[in-house]
Ligand binder design. Structure first.
Ligand code: GLU
Length: 914
């Protein structure tokens, strides 16, 4: 029932509608489309339909035709047909193709029929006064494109184009090369080829390390091209595509599943309310025309929107004109020279009329109907966000705030598994030990270290996931090809998003990759071995004099002693009375036997003096010369000894780079391919140049593959004959546990480690903020303490007592030789005293007719009785004539003397004598 009533109403409605229409003047609009295109028809039908409902005087009809693009004859035939049918036509809309459009433009120009276009026209295409093109004027459009590309701040990019026509649209973009001459700005052109396989093209682009591309191709090809780019790995987080197609928004990019930065342009705003309302109206009119369709605003092409604006302006113009004049069309034959009188008025009025509303932004025309005002929207395709707009009058207007930018970057990072390239090397990244036998470690769990913790901290702040990728080298350019290797190569090829390890920020690397702010500061230092403990010389007291000096001194000692002996025998001054009180002695005696001469010279050279001294002039002369010699020798010895003993405690010959450079006994080297090697190679400072010359010419090579090997070489090279130039943070790490090592001198430079990333990475700012936050929160210091101290398995040098000893004191080893000489001397003297003692006992036993054991017993008893300080010259005899064994010993010399006295009948003992 309801449907019946609805249909009755419809019939009534159309009846009324037809009646009213028939009462009006009818105007025919010609519409030419390249192909059956329901989308471009929609605004035309919709606006005409609505207009017919409300217009009191005019009734609009549409004469719609489809053209074969390439056939110019059929184009002109169709125009002739429609212009002479019925009452003629008031305007022709379309077509889209440049060739057909030009033919129709010239026909319309002849007939003075307004020709309304919506397609791009080359700068020098024929002009017509009756033509109006709603597509922006070629020069201005090219300029707008160039400014938008410039606003992206790309320093180098590749333009991939499909047709020459497309390239001419990009003429101003190509001119940016001249504009930024002198900088590293570089534009490369690549033609797409026939396809359908574009992978070789992208492979070639990938090999050239380019990652920014302008893609100018037909909208239908975009998705296919991007898919192939993705297969080659050219649609990653840091790849940038700028799509010049104005219909790029109609595609579904979700199928690409990419985080690449894809930007495109539009001439209208998809989110505009008027646009949405217009789309609803199109839907409605389609419904009235019997087509129940749902239109997705996202699918609306630019030409459809331009058609809407064109039809709207045309209807408005006619509406205004009919207030003052009657608008009547007349059929025109192509064979005649007739023109339509009203055509000029319409096209001219359209050029100056202010449109009531447009979907494609500001609208203005020049005298030849070329659109001189419009708005280009630059849109981030994946998030459908306008980031900038450009108009010929107001120029560029950036509409995206820094916060929005940052947010988008973070979101993109979060959608990606960030590839972190690193290099194995303690304590930055190390393979983790299994916690139990058979444990299988996979992914990031395989590694641990400072770099891992650092990226973990950053990932926590920015909330992204990451995966470690281990690479062998740090990164240096090949001297011939200039091609980088190692971590830097990974970043240039965009195979990794970040590179974290002990990677130094250098000027050369900075030209090809970006760095975050430094997370650690350091400088080049020298790692060397502490002097060998075994090298300490216990006979160091001999060092002040060379062997010949010792030899000559000893020889001289003997000669002088002998000389003194003879000189004193010759000089009368040394022959004295045996008894000082006897002024006229029978005999004179000389105390300077060889023994006393030796004793005097020994006492002098030992600076101890002697209790007897010569009295003769020549002997005194000899002795004073010996004293002079002794004075100089002992003073020199004392001074030299002090210096020698101190020197042993002092640092070895090298105390810095300067000292290293001036000697060639100790070899020195660096890590191969690292920034330290590059520092010496590229330095202009003479000392470092000298060092580089020495390092680069030394055979076998002084360069090591990594720091561990360098450290091992320093330890294993005997006598500290190898030093390793290494970064201070690393030195600090190794000297903590390898107590035989030490750092020598000051830093040679000052630099930092940074997180590297591909050039112009969008996330650089966010990584910087995260590093800064970790630094401010003290987390970087904590990490350093953790990996430099807490997590060390080997005992630290401070704990194990292997640290520096008290260097101001002489160790026993330094003076051990002196102790040894003393010990040996005393031992020899003791043995000598025992021999003397035993010999004395033997003499006593013979002289006193005692058994040897009795004499020994008696003498031992006497020696042990330390309170007795006087000694008898012979044993005390008892009354029966036997020897009394008392505690007094007998002096052997005295015995001889006593015996002789006994022979003379005087039996006095020493005590009695006294
Ligand atoms: N950190 C250095 C670099 O990034 C490597 C080690 C060195 O050269 O001492 O190249």
């Amino acid at each position: 029932m309801k449907i019946v009533i609805q249909n009755v109403f419809m019939v009534l409605f159309f009846a009324t509608y037809n009646y009213l229409c028939l009462a009006k003047d009818s105007i025919t609009i010609g519409a030419l489309f390249d192909e059956e295109d329901s989308q471009m028809e929609m605004p035309l039908r919709s606006l005409v339909y609505t207009k017919n409902l409300v217009d009191q005087k005019l009734f609009y009809k549409i004469n719609m035709q489809t053209l074969l693009k390439t056939d110019s004859y059929s184009c002109s035939k169709i125009v002739c047909n429609i212009s002479q049918t019925d009452s003629g036509i008031a305007a022709i809309f379309g077509p889209q193709s440049e060739g057909a459009s030009s033919i129709i433009q010239s026909l319309c120009s002849n007939f003075e029929i307004p020709h309304i276009q919506t397609n791009w026209k080359a700068k020098n295409s024929p002009k017509s006064e009756t033509a109006l093109n709603f597509f922006p004027e070629a020069d201005l459009y090219a300029m707008g494109l160039a400014e938008i590309v410039k606003s992206l701040q790309w320093d180098s990019f590749i333009v991939i184009y499909e047709t020459e026509e497309g390239l001419s649209r990009l003429q101003e973009v190509l001119k940016l090369q001249d504009y930024l001459k002198g900088s590293k700005f570089k534009i490369t052109l690549k033609k797409m080829g026939l396809g359908p396989d574009y992978r070789p093209l992208f492979k070639e682009i990938q090999d050239s390390s380019a990652f920014r591309m302008i893609l100018d191709c037909h909208v239908d090809k975009i998705l296919d091209v991007l898919k192939q780019a993705k297969e080659i790995g050219m649609l990653e987080l840091f790849h940038n595509f700028f799509l010049t197609s104005l219909d790029a928004h109609t595609l579904d990019y979700s199928t690409l599943d990419t985080n690449a930065n894809i930007t495109s342009i539009r001439l209208f705003d998809l989110n505009n309310v008027e646009f949405k309302r217009a789309v609803r109206n199109w839907e409605l009119s389609q419904y009235h025309l019997g087509n129940r369709i749902k239109i997705d605003p996202q699918e609306i092409r630019t030409e459809t929107v331009l058609m809407h604006d064109a039809v709207l302006l045309f209807l408005d113009t006619l509406n205004t004109l009919q207030l003052t004049q009657t608008i009547e069309t007349t059929p025109i034959s192509c064979d005649s020279t007739e023109k339509w009188s009203g055509g000029f008025a319409i096209s001219n009025f359209m050029k100056i009329k202010q449109p009531t509303m447009t979907l494609s932004g500001p609208l203005k025309f020049d005298d030849f109907g070329r659109r001189t005002d419009f708005r280009i929207h630059c849109v981030e395709v994946l998030v459908n966000k306008t980031i900038a707009t450009w108009t010929p009058s107001a120029r560029l207007n950036m509409s995206k705030s820094a916060e929005e930018d940052a947010q988008t970057i973070i979101e993109n990072l979060q959608k990606t598994t960030v590839i972190v390239a690193s290099r194995l090397g303690k304590p930055y990244l190390n393979e983790r030990k299994r916690s139990y036998e058979g444990e299988i470690l996979t992914g990031n769990a395989r590694y641990e270290g400072y770099a891992m913790d650092l990226i973990n901290g950053i990932a926590e702040i920015l909330n992204f996931t990451y995966e470690f990728k281990v690479v062998k080298d740090y990164g240096k350019p090949d001297p011939i090809t200039g091609k980088w290797n190692g971590l830097v190569r990974e970043l240039i090829d965009r195979k990794a998003h970040l590179a974290i390890c002990d990677l130094t920020i250098t000027h050369q690397r900075r030209e090809v990759v970006d760095f975050s702010m430094p997370f650690m500061t350091l400088g080049i230092g020298i790692l060397h071995k502490k002097p060998d403990a075994k090298e300490v010389n216990m006979f160091a007291f001999l060092d002040p004099f060379s062997l010949p000096v010792w030899f000559y001194t000893a020889t001289l000692y003997l000669i002088v002693s002998l000389l003194l002996f003879f000189v004193s025998r010759m000089t009368p001054g040394d022959w004295e009375s045996p008894h000082p009180c006897d002024q006229n002695p029978e005999e004179l005696e000389n105390i300077w036997d060889f023994k006393n001469s030796c004793w005097l010279t020994m006492g002098s050279i030992m600076t101890q003096g002697c209790d007897i001294l010569p009295k003769g002039i020549s002997s005194r002369m000899s002795v004073s010369m010996w004293w002079f010699f002794s004075l100089i020798m002992t003073s020199s010895y004392t001074a030299n000894l002090a210096a020698f003993l101190t020197m042993q405690k002092m640092e070895p010959a090298i105390d810095g780079a300067e000292a290293l450079s001036k000697q060639n006994k100790i070899k020195y080297g660096t890590v191969e391919g690292g920034s330290t090697q590059a520092f010496f190679r590229d330095s202009n400072y003479s000392t470092y140049q000298r060092m580089w010359l020495s390092m680069s010419t030394t055979k076998p090579s002084v360069f090591e593959n990594n720091n561990d090997e360098g450290v091992d070489r320093v330890i294993s090279t005997r006598k500290g004959l190898y030093a390793f130039l290494m970064e201070s943070s690393q030195i600090e790490y190794f000297v903590q546990t390898k107590c035989e090592l030490k750092s020598v001198g000051n830093w040679l430079d000052s630099k930092g480690y940074g997180i590297a990333m591909p050039m112009n990475s969008p996330y650089r700012g966010e990584i910087n903020k995260a590093v800064l936050k970790m630094s401010e929160d003290g987390k970087l210091i904590d990490l350093k303490t953790k990996w430099w101290k807490t997590k060390r398995e080997e005992p630290s040098c401070d704990d194990s007592g292997g640290g520096e000893d008290d260097s101001s004191k002489l160790a026993l080893a330094n003076v051990g030789g002196v102790f040894l000489v003393l010990g040996l001397g005393i031992s020899f003297a003791s043995i000598l005293s025992i021999i003397e003692f035993l010999w004395n006992v033997r003499c006593i036993s013979i002289e006193e007719h005692m058994t040897y054991s009795d004499a020994l017993k008696m003498e031992l008893k006497f020696v042990c009785n330390v309170w007795i300080t006087k000694k008898r010259t012979r044993p005390e005899t008892s009354d029966d004539g036997s020897t009394k064994e008392d505690s007094k010993s007998i002096l052997q010399n005295g015995v001889t003397l006593v015996n002789e006295n006994n022979k003379n009948g005087s039996n006095e003992n020493i005590d009695d004598k006294e």
